[in-house]
Design a protein. Structure first.
Length: 147
């Protein structure tokens, strides 16, 4: 089974390209903190994971995600072998994203002038959600909730 689930912050804005046949492909990197701190009390280490998204997922990521934003990615790990311009054999590990989700709160995404709010989407690369008639609850007004 090859399944990867990651959550981290984008280190740069996603970059959109197209293959020769016109298929959209986006690449970006996320910084993922390791779940433990070193025994010597030092800082947590961070891994920088390369992500590749294809087709609708690529277009969704480029349109709605920006550097610094907290995202969740699910997909599969792929190892790619290639030869550099000097003829040296290289190997690269990357995650092929199947789904990319909003995970930070709305305030974290800035003023939202160029990007819609999280409420407009159900996550992943799906289409905008149709208005449902439900009102958003204020984060601070949860006194009447039973839990």
């Amino acid at each position: 089974m090859n399944q990867v689930v990651l959550m981290g912050r984008l280190t740069r804005d996603p970059e959109l390209r197209h293959t020769q046949t016109g298929t959209p492909v986006a690449s970006f990197t996320i910084a993922v903190d390791r779940g433990f701190a070193p025994r010597d009390g030092g800082e947590r280490q961070t891994d920088f994971i390369d992500i590749v998204a294809w087709r609708q997922t690529a277009e969704f990521v480029v349109k709605y995600f920006v550097k610094g934003q907290l995202v969740a990615v699910s997909g599969r790990l792929q190892i790619r072998d290639w030869t550099d311009k000097d003829g040296n054999k290289r190997r690269n590990a990357e995650v092929i994203a199947e789904n990319v989700y909003f995970t930070g709160d709305k305030r974290e995404r800035g003023d939202g002038s160029a990007r819609p709010s999280q409420d407009s989407f159900s996550g992943g690369y799906s289409s905008p959600v149709q208005p449902s008639g439900f009102a958003e609850l204020d984060d601070e007004d949860d006194g009447d909730l039973p839990f």
